[in-house]
Design a protein around this ligand. Structure first.
Ligand SMILES: [Zn+2]
Length: 268
């Protein structure tokens, strides 16, 4: 097993010449060319994982300098935990810490850029199930018996459901926790990206290459999550809206649709 240095997704060896995920128009191969790293390489270079509690039920874990640098989220429910958007590195200390937080019911990624070393995480956590959306399964660089394919909707446990909403990738997903307190939390990766203003979101086919989605697709995304109540939304870089987030997403979708329709062309 080896990981791509740019996206940190794991691959079985021998590897292709170029990481297919990075060669795709939604990502990029750096100017310096394709490079690979084993977990030992990363460890020898000083890779670490930081853990930061974000809310009473949510922890953010990051491996600075590894791949895209997403924040992996550990969501704790009374029945067990979800590991979301796994980072491309792991160490014994973090595995022990995660085990101490309770059973991992599932490992899931919002989309293939966030697969990280999900098989490695699963094996370290005693074969925890890995949930991969069927529409994006062809992006898997490493197969494993722990992988379960799903589509449309998947109940991880009572109150915790994955929803396929599409857009960025056909299988782009969100995880919805309905919450003991009724508040609700949406883990969205970049299926729905929280903007730096922390009150609006954006929707794109590619974030690094600034490829937009049409108004019809954004309206479809908004429609699919409309039945969900969530006070908070967390995207993949510690960017979050922490109050009335469901309304913020609907307003942001309407804004996107209006801009691409040309309603504001007089302002440009
Ligand atoms: Zn890559």
């Amino acid at each position: 097993m080896i990981t791509c240095r740019t996206c940190a997704v794991e691959y079985d060896e021998p590897v292709p010449d170029v990481c297919p995920i990075c060669a795709d128009e939604r990502q990029y191969v750096p100017e310096t060319g394709q490079a690979w790293a084993s977990l030992d390489d990363l460890r020898d270079e000083g890779a670490t994982i930081t853990v930061r509690q974000r809310t009473p039920i949510l922890w953010g874990l990051r491996a600075p300098g590894v791949g895209i640098g997403q924040q992996m989220l550990l969501l704790r429910t009374p029945q067990g935990n979800l590991l979301w958007d796994p980072v491309g590195y792991l160490d014994d200390e973090t595995v022990t810490w995660i085990r101490e937080q309770g059973p991992v019911l599932a490992i899931a990624a919002s989309h293939p850029h966030m697969f990280g070393v999900q098989v490695e995480w699963s094996r370290a956590l005693g074969g925890a199930p890995i949930l991969v959306n069927e529409a994006d399964a062809h992006w898997l660089g490493r197969r494993d018996g722990a992988i379960t394919l799903w589509s449309d909707q998947y109940d991880v446990t009572a109150g915790l459901t994955l929803h396929q909403v599409g857009g960025h990738f056909p299988g782009s997903a969100v995880a919805h926790w309905s919450g003991d307190d009724g508040g609700g939390v949406l883990l969205a990766g970049d299926t729905i990206m929280v903007n730096p203003d922390r009150v609006t979101t954006s929707f794109q086919r590619s974030y690094p290459n600034r490829l937009p989605l049409s108004g019809a697709v954004v309206a479809r995304i908004a429609e699919r999550i409309k039945p969900l109540r969530f006070e908070q939304i967390w995207s993949n870089f510690d960017n979050a809206i922490t109050a009335e987030a469901d309304l913020a997403v609907q307003r942001s979708a309407e804004r996107h649709v209006a801009w691409v329709r040309g309603d504001f062309d007089h302002l440009t």
